[in-house]
Design a protein around this ligand. Structure first.
Ligand code: FAD
Length: 552
């Protein structure tokens, strides 16, 4: 029997774990002030699974039997809960739809192949039967990349890669590891770590997302400043197509025409099923430190991040939150007592005496990895840049807060939904010269959308993932929902997205396109760019069998 574990059908993470604020005294007042939500009011219970209306499977007994002979009894299922778990990702739209019993179409069956040969036989059988195949990694995407098309008449197969979860080999001489596509973050790092290696790819969804999903969505991890985005980390791969395997050998660089490797990265299942990826790996660093810094204003923080990106320092993480997000981070701190509370109080007094407006204070995290001497050198360089921009170092304490927050935040969305508020994210990347403009435009767009809706909404932002030419801006927004939560969400999200492309940003730095962002593709990559991509999808998949409707 298949033993692949999945997240809750109704939310993030595993059953029994939830966001908890009783040990965070500043959180309830913060939420009241930010969106007007009173956390003393009781939470509403979400539907139980039995209350969902799950469409019946359209798969015939013969087709189920045929697939069962290919992957073995117990690895093909039409179970309702399995099909619901494989229907959506984890965007706020997905969570709202599940909670509203909005399931017009689900996969008709879920198939768990054991290896590439089984993937190939399932793909061949599915295409011969004119079925739709939607590859499934961890189901964590937030762009509608898994959504079955509501009007799809053909049988839909969710092809879950969860049994392909092994590191197959490590070429120690080259620092290249070949890993099966269904392996999830913790399992990859555990297998590599046992041999002294790390891949260095740590998206906030790390605990539940997979290597194949990262590649298929062009993911980026928090340490991308040092290790690169998944597009940089991916050196070779294998992808199953109806008539054979695309095999891209791992070479450091190649001059072989337009890059097929790059076409597959970000393809969201539209070109075939990725089964194996050869990635760049690194020796586990001797030292890993995340230090906190305070800046007096957002503009000062932004200028410092830019100068760090241009400097000889190459930190693993560069991140600065605007004043609102800094306030949020500090409000999610566990209660501090004794010495640490006194130190914080003392520090705030010093900053006020220096003329800082504490309402404008911006919290920054900079990560360092490498040998002790390398980390020392980088910290020195960064420290002088921070001071030049009026900032100060506040040590390792906030670094621990950063790690703690990473685990809390995904659960927070379910917590807020239980209490009638929606929170989600929108992110982009833009050149340094336009980042402030994009920042201002996105804030204005969200606030105009809130005014139009007549709600007291919230938007906050951080900069992360720095490059030589620019960086990613990551916005989180929240508001109390009314009668049409999805419609209201779409108004706010669309306004922010439109502001990105209007002001020189991309529709997404690392969350992919799916169906959520496809309306902006033409504005982002031009009409001719879309025509080339459409030609690729049409010729590679003439029968529209591979995850149709995504990206374009
Ligand atoms: P899925 O959601 O299962 O699938 C995503 C797409 O990839 C689908 O189109 C699917 O068909 C396709 N696909 C999956 N596997 C394969 C395969 N083997 N072959 C072909 N196609 C395949 N993203 C980031 O980049 N960085 C972050 O820090 C980050 N943080 C997040 C935090 C939260 C709380 C959440 C909910 C999401 C976050 N994401 C982040 C988004 C998401 O985790 C990524 O898009 C991730 O790469 C999806 O991987 P997955 O394995 O869950 O893929």
């Amino acid at each position: 029997m298949t033993s692949v574990e999945h997240m809750k059908w109704w939310g993030w993470g595993v059953e029994g774990v939830a966001f908890e604020h009783s040990n965070k005294p500043d959180f309830a007042p913060f939420v009241k002030q930010a969106v007007g939500l009173d956390l003393r009011k009781p939470a509403q219970a979400h539907l139980s699974f039995d209350e969902l209306t799950v469409p019946a499977s359209r798969a015939s007994e013969e087709f189920i039997a045929e697939l069962s002979t290919l992957v073995g009894q117990g690895h093909v299922t039409t179970d309702d809960q399995e099909r619901v778990v494989h229907t959506y990702g984890k965007s706020i739209r997905d969570l709202l739809r599940i909670r509203a019993n909005d399931l017009p179409r689900t996969p008709d069956l879920v198939v768990y192949p054991a290896d590439e040969a089984e993937v190939a036989s399932v793909v061949a059988a599915a295409v011969a039967a004119d079925a739709v195949i939607i590859p499934f990694g961890g189901g964590t995407n937030i762009a509608g990349s898994l959504d079955p098309q509501p009007t799809e008449e053909r049988v839909i197969i969710s092809l879950d890669l969860g049994r392909l979860d092994r590191v197959l080999s490590i070429d120690e001489g080259s620092g290249l590891a070949t890993i099966q596509a269904g392996a999830q973050g913790p399992s990859i790092e555990e297998q590599l770590g046992a041999k002294g290696w790390t891949m260095g790819h740590f998206p906030d969804s790390f605990t539940h997302s997979t290597l194949g999903g990262w590649v298929a969505t062009r993911s980026s991890g928090m340490q991308s400043d040092k290790y690169g985005d998944i597009a940089d980390i991916t050196k070779g791969l294998r992808m199953v197509r109806p008539n054979g395997i695309v095999a891209i050998r791992p070479v450091p660089s190649a001059s072989t025409g337009p890059s097929v490797r790059e076409m597959i990265i970000g393809s969201e299942g539209r070109l075939g099923i990725i089964t194996e990826v050869t990635v760049q790996v690194h020796r586990t660093p001797a030292v890993r430190e995340v230090l906190g810094y305070f800046f007096p204003t957002w503009e000062a923080g932004l200028a410092a991040m830019h100068e760090i990106a241009e400097s000889d320092a190459s930190p693993s993480v560069t991140r600065v939150s605007n004043a609102r997000e800094s306030g949020f981070s500090l409000a999610t701190r566990k209660a501090s007592t004794g010495v640490s509370a006194q130190v914080t109080k003392g520090l705030m007094k010093v900053l006020t005496a220096r003329g800082w407006d504490l309402e404008q204070l911006c919290l920054s995290f900079i990560g360092y990895e490498g040998s002790a001497s390398h980390v020392r050198y980088e910290k020195g360089l960064v420290g002088s840049i921070v001071r030049k921009h009026g900032g100060i170092g506040v040590g390792k304490g906030p670094g621990a807060l950063y790690d703690q927050k990473k685990f809390d935040t995904p659960y927070l969305r379910d917590f807020l939904l239980d209490r009638g508020a929606a929170a989600d994210v929108s992110e982009t990347a833009a050149p340094w010269s336009r980042l402030q403009e994009v920042y201002d435009a996105a804030n204005d767009a969200a606030n105009a959308a809130y005014d139009k809706l007549g709600v007291h909404g919230w938007i906050m932002c951080h900069l992360s993932h720095s490059y030589h030419s620019g960086a990613c801006l990551y916005f989180t927004f929240a508001f109390i929902t009314g009668d049409d939560p999805i419609g209201e969400y779409e108004q706010v999200k669309s306004a922010i997205q439109q502001s990105f492309v209007d002001h020189g940003g991309t529709l997404s730095h690392h969350h992919a396109v799916g169906v959520e962002h496809s309306p902006w593709m033409e504005q982002d990559i031009s009409t001719e760019g879309v025509a080339i991509m459409r030609g690729l999808f049409d010729s590679a998949d003439p029968g529209s069998n591979f995850n149709p409707g995504k990206i374009l």
